[in-house]
Write a new protein. Structure first.
Length: 277
């Protein structure tokens, strides 16, 4: 009887050891996967969102790897902060050709910052984001997780670009080349701003905020990108007729208005001084 018990115990121990080995191998495989993904994100080799047939889509594989990195991270205490041990801020050197002005800015690992970008303090760029060449990130700007910012974009002071990691299929905020986003604007919930569009100061854009094209006399479909060259300003509209009391009292809800498309006059007002870069 003792011999049978010993044999059973030995088999059980061997089975447990095999399971532990498989778990260790899986962890090492996952670690190699997310580590490589973070390196590829920082080099610009991969992106957390891609444009296919004119529409931006989340790169699910990349976002899953980012989430795996969070799960693998261990909270660690450093001199000035506490964070996951594997998601520390990047360091910048002259050979990267990125200007990071001192004063509280942080760029997390897994972010691509292209040459010629300027980051004014304090600003924060979160994991999975992509910021292309010669873009200006002004003071108090947040570029959220996986947001995609194009070339020569100007993100004015106080701009908030929302981020999204979950659900992994959710597309991030997109701001395409040569767009201008005015001070204090907020872009969230996968809003897409097309090339050369101008978002005036204080505009709030989300899935729930309707956008009216006053030039072409139409309301943009929900989720439809802000068109190329559009100039968008804050607006308001009467509340729904269902809310009778609010309607009677003349209450309004926020919306956004396309009041024109870029012309020579608006282009001149948006020219940026090269010497400042």
């Amino acid at each position: 009887m003792d011999r049978r018990n010993n044999t059973f115990a030995m088999k059980q121990e061997a089975g447990n050891q095999e399971a532990d080995n498989r778990e260790t191998m899986d962890q090492e495989k996952n670690k190699a996967g997310w580590e490589q993904t973070l390196r590829d994100l920082e080099s610009g080799k991969v992106r957390s969102a891609v444009k296919k047939n004119g529409r931006w889509e989340a790169n699910i594989t990349v976002k899953e790897a980012i989430l795996e990195a969070f799960r693998a991270g261990v909270m660690t205490e450093y001199e000035m902060f506490v964070d996951k041990h594997n998601l520390l801020p990047q360091k910048f050197t002259l050979n990267r050709k990125v200007r990071v002005v001192p004063g509280g800015t942080s760029v997390r690992c897994g972010v691509f910052i292209a040459p010629g970008v300027i980051i004014m303090p304090p600003s924060y760029v979160n994991i999975g984001a992509f910021v292309d060449e010669h873009t200006m990130i002004d003071s108090h700007v947040l570029v959220g997780s996986c947001a995609q910012i194009g070339k020569r974009v100007h993100l004015s002071a106080g701009v908030q670009i929302g981020g999204v990691l979950e659900p992994v299929s959710e597309s991030p905020v997109i701001v395409e080349d040569d767009a201008f986003v005015g001070a204090g604007s907020v872009l969230v919930e996968g809003v897409q701003v097309s090339r050369r569009a101008v978002i005036a100061p204080g505009v709030k854009l989300s899935r729930g905020v309707p956008v009216y094209d006053c030039v072409n006399e139409r309301r943009l479909d929900q989720g439809e990108p802000i068109p190329e060259d559009a100039v968008v300003v804050p607006g308001s509209r009467p509340v729904s007729e269902r809310l009778g009391w609010a309607r009677q009292n003349g209450l309004q809800v926020a919306c956004a208005l396309i009041i024109k498309y870029r012309d020579d006059k608006s282009n001149a007002s948006l020219e940026l001084e090269d010497a400042l870069r």
